[in-house]
Ligand binder design. Structure first.
Ligand code: PGA
Length: 264
């Protein structure tokens, strides 16, 4: 298994100068040789170049928050996987819940994005997770363990099967899954260790079933209101291979402490 991962998703925040300051401060604090875990910074498109310059020479890698599902052409406003590679990205996030739920991205679009990203050599973080209503419906069937599990796992199974279905065993080695319960993103609500463990175990089993040769090597991150106050607990769940951090990655102090906890 590869190193654990600490991914900072800055979302639609930070102007270029602010992005330069934050990434520079992270490099300074960590040191260029830091390698206890893999750190990935994911700024908005407009700051990819300044962040790329700040982290060059360090072990920190650059990622993008989104990508379009075609390689080139008349798609005004979109950015393709080869363009991301050209801009210095090694990573891309696909299927984030904000894109699924606010921007209406479909499983089909996500499948195209994943396939093209992987074929361009980008390490691809596929986000999956259930909504609050889906979890509540599952919980309401607590007296019937099978029904509860099947309701709870079903959205995650659909998202993963749809996005990774076209990939082969070799391509899946460039995939990382981020389990982000939609109700925990940016809300301050946390999944409990048991809830995280249950879903991560399920995803592990599903990947092993879909890709018997390499599914076991796919890293599975947790995301959703990860903070300095809960990172130790989250990382103590054995199945957690790292974290995808939104709000807390915008402060050098908190992201540095999170990285250190992930590095162990
Ligand atoms: P959050 O965001 O840490 O602010 O909840 C996580 C994410 O959306 O990836």
């Amino acid at each position: 298994m590869d190193k654990k991962l600490a991914v900072g998703n800055w979302k639609m925040n930070l102007l270029r100068e602010e992005a330069r300051e934050l990434s520079g401060a992270i490099v300074n604090l960590l040191g260029e040789d830091y390698e206890d875990c893999q750190v990935v910074l994911v700024p908005p498109y407009t700051a990819l170049d300044v962040v790329g310059s700040c982290i060059s020479g360090s072990n920190i890698e650059l990622g993008a928050q989104n990508v379009f599902g075609r390689t080139m052409g008349a798609f005004t406003g979109e950015v393709s996987a080869p363009m991301l590679v050209d801009a210095g990205c090694r990573w891309v996030i696909v299927g984030h819940s904000e894109r699924r739920h606010i921007l209406g991205e479909t499983d089909e679009q996500i499948r195209e994005k994943v396939s093209l990203s992987v074929s361009c050599g980008l390490k691809t973080i596929l986000c999956v997770g259930e909504t609050e209503a889906q979890r509540e419906e599952a919980v309401s069937r607590s007296e019937d363990a099978l029904a509860r599990k099947s309701l709870l796992f079903s959205p995650i199974r659909t998202q993963i099967e749809s996005a990774l279905g076209p990939l082969d065993e070799k391509q899946v080695s460039d995939i990382v899954i981020a389990y982000e319960p939609v109700w925990a993103i940016g809300t301050g609500k946390n999944a409990t260790s048991l809830e995280i463990e249950e879903i991560h175990q399920y995803i592990t089993e599903l990947l092993a079933e879909m890709f018997p040769g390499s599914g076991n090597n796919v890293r599975i991150l947790y995301g959703g209101s990860v903070k300095t106050g809960n990172i130790e607990k989250i990382m103590s769940v054995e199945e957690v291979d790292g974290v995808l951090v939104g709000g807390a990655s915008l402060s050098v102090d908190s992201f540095f402490r999170i990285i250190k906890s992930v590095g162990g």
